[in-house]
Design a protein around this ligand. Structure first.
Ligand code: NAD
Ligand code: MG
Length: 402
């Protein structure tokens, strides 16, 4: 098989339990859910390191419970606040600043790294984990959007393995287990809830507020991915993520809107069979699957009851009203670095929208303009060049709108 096989189970080294875990982004939505899984199975994990951002109170609480030897935060002020909140007699090493996340990702005492920082800030730490040969449970889809090729190359060189946490890609991974080779694979079908604005018209979208956009119908998530779900950019980033993970061209990754978020994605084989993964919309399922793979563990949470579930419905996405999905596909097809500009412009636009400085429909406009400005980088460019392109697109997007 020629797909992103460094993550494939048959080639993956066995990882024994208890697994020693480092979490990048422990204070976020994914990080909190992951620690709930760990708390439900304390015999399966030792927590070696927790890296938060600026939420010292939550990180201190997590650290007091799981007692990792290493903590990381974004700046000195947060570090000082954190030190004041830790229980007496417990003195972990506290690392500070953006480079600290790369140190945590490559920590010798950790064999499993959960990459759950939000946005492009997750790229270099994920790359560091890949270079250090870790097993990586990957939630941070933006790192593949930015530098999927570099991460794949690093995995191939080091023996690192990536297991997808993103619910759709985890669903695909489960539905792909057991297939005999890429020639049997017809296409991947990513499901999308459609977000809070499914079925609305352009006039409605023109005046939606951040609070309305944050109000996702099915999933409870961080702010950035919630807005991405409302614009369908989340699905666009996920199409790119799927291309990197499973080695298929964008033309063989379809998107199907499924408002109930019960079917998490499907694989279609050449004989016409479609294999789906179903479950309640709760990230603890894919998180536990990727942290424990190949073992399945019991989870204390509501179960899917299909007899009492509402109808499961499916429809094509509205590409005209939600252009971000098409922009993401176009970026991936344009060059390997156009997704860098797409992602950077999106991060800037989402932040400006959340601050009330631009309208919802300005988000795709700013992204389209960033893609038009971007000049493709050479195929063999390195991480520093990708980061420079990311910075350029951020600066130019900011200048274009303010
Ligand atoms: P979140 O905003 O809830 O949490 C983000 C975490 O990253 C926090 O711990 C924060 O402190 C940290 N962080 C933020 N900026 C940082 C920076 N510059 N440097 C270091 N740390 C920083 O986000 P989330 O919803 O948990 O999403 C995390 C990632 O997982 C995203 O890439 C998202 O697309 C992906 N994901 C999330 C979900 C979900 O249900 N939340 C589902 C699938 C994929
Ligand atoms: Mg997803």
């Amino acid at each position: 098989m020629k797909s992103y096989i460094s993550l494939w189970p048959a080639h993956a080294p066995k990882l024994r339990f208890p697994r020693t875990l480092a979490i990048l982004g422990s204070t976020g939505s994914i990080g909190v859910s992951a620690l709930d899984v760990v708390a439900q199975h304390p015999d399966l994990f030792r927590v070696a390191a927790l890296a938060g951002g600026k939420n010292a109170a939550r990180l201190a609480e997590q650290a007091a419970t799981f007692r990792p030897g290493v903590l990381a935060v974004l700046d000195e002020d947060v570090a000082t606040e954190l030190k004041g909140l830790l229980p007496g007699g417990y003195a972990p090493e506290i690392l500070v600043g953006p480079a600290a996340y790369e140190t945590v990702a490559a920590l010798p005492e950790a064999d499993l790294v959960l990459s759950a920082i939000v946005g492009a800030a997750g790229f270099l730490p994920t790359l560091a984990a890949a270079r250090a040969g870790k097993r990586i449970a990957l939630a941070n889809k933006e790192s593949l959007v930015l530098g999927g090729r570099l991460i794949r190359k690093a995995c191939q060189a080091s023996g690192a393995v990536v297991l997808p946490v993103d619910s759709e890609h985890n669903a695909l991974f489960q539905a792909l287990c057991g297939h005999n080779g890429d020639e049997e694979l017809a296409k991947l079908i990513l499901t999308a809830s459609g977000g809070p604005f499914r079925g609305r018209d352009a006039a409605f979208l023109a005046s939606v507020t951040p609070a309305q956009a944050l109000n996702h119908p099915n999933w409870s998530m961080g702010a950035k991915i919630s807005i991405d779900s409302a614009t369908l950019m989340n699905k666009g980033l996920e199409v790119i993520e799927a291309c990197h993970l499973y080695g298929l061209p964008v033309s063989r990754v379809d998107v199907l809107v499924h408002p109930q978020s019960i079917v998490h994605s499907l694989v279609e084989y050449v004989d016409g069979s479609q294999l789906a993964h179903l479950g309640v919309p709760d990230m603890r399922i894919p998180i536990a699957h990727s942290l424990c793979y190949p073992r399945r563990v019991a989870l204390a949470m509501p179960r899917l009851d299909l007899a009492s579930a509402q109808n499961l419905t499916f429809e094509a996405p509205d590409d005209t009203l939600f252009p971000c999905l098409g922009l993401a596909k176009a970026a991936y097809a344009a060059s390997h670095s156009h997704p860098v500009a797409l992602n950077a412009a999106n991060e800037v636009a989402v932040e400006l929208f959340l601050k009330g400085r631009i309208a919802f429909l300005d988000i795709p406009r700013l992204i389209e303009a960033a893609l038009a400005r971007h000049a493709a980088l050479p195929e063999d460019c390195d991480a520093a060049e990708l980061i420079a392109a990311d910075n350029d697109a951020r600066r130019e997007t900011m200048a274009a709108c303010c």
